[in-house]
Design a protein around this ligand. Structure first.
Ligand SMILES: [Zn+2]
Length: 116
């Protein structure tokens, strides 16, 4: 007979997998939950934590944290991270776009500027 804590942990895991079953916010493709990542894009000035550390936080706090994130696939997540690093290194403020193709074009543009 599983304890309440064990049951709760299992429910959370199922809920999180369910929340991760949606399509990628960035490219619109759908992958298994394990291929999806939470990319925090809102409330960056607020105290935050990794969703994978959910066991240390209340379910309400986990949901609040998820609200601040875009659900993206691993590929887009890696790309977004790299893109932001480039922007930060240049201290340039360029708005994030919804389309990964637009982001790629922006990155090309920044690279060209760097060569001039
Ligand atoms: Zn994607």
């Amino acid at each position: 007979m599983p304890s309440t804590t064990q049951r709760r942990r299992k429910n959370r895991k199922e809920m999180l997998e369910h929340l991760k079953s949606g399509p990628c916010t960035c490219c619109g493709r759908t992958f298994p939950p394990m291929e999806m990542c939470w990319d925090q894009v809102r409330g960056l000035d607020l105290p935050s934590f990794r969703i994978s550390m959910h066991a240390n936080h209340s379910w309400g706090a986990v949901l609040a944290q998820i609200e601040r994130c875009d659900l993206v696939c691993r590929e887009c997540f890696t790309y977004r991270r790299r893109f932001r690093t480039i922007l930060q290194s240049r201290e340039t403020i360029v708005p994030m776009t919804d389309s990964i193709h637009e982001q790629k074009a922006l990155e090309q543009e920044l690279k060209r500027h760097g060569n001039n």
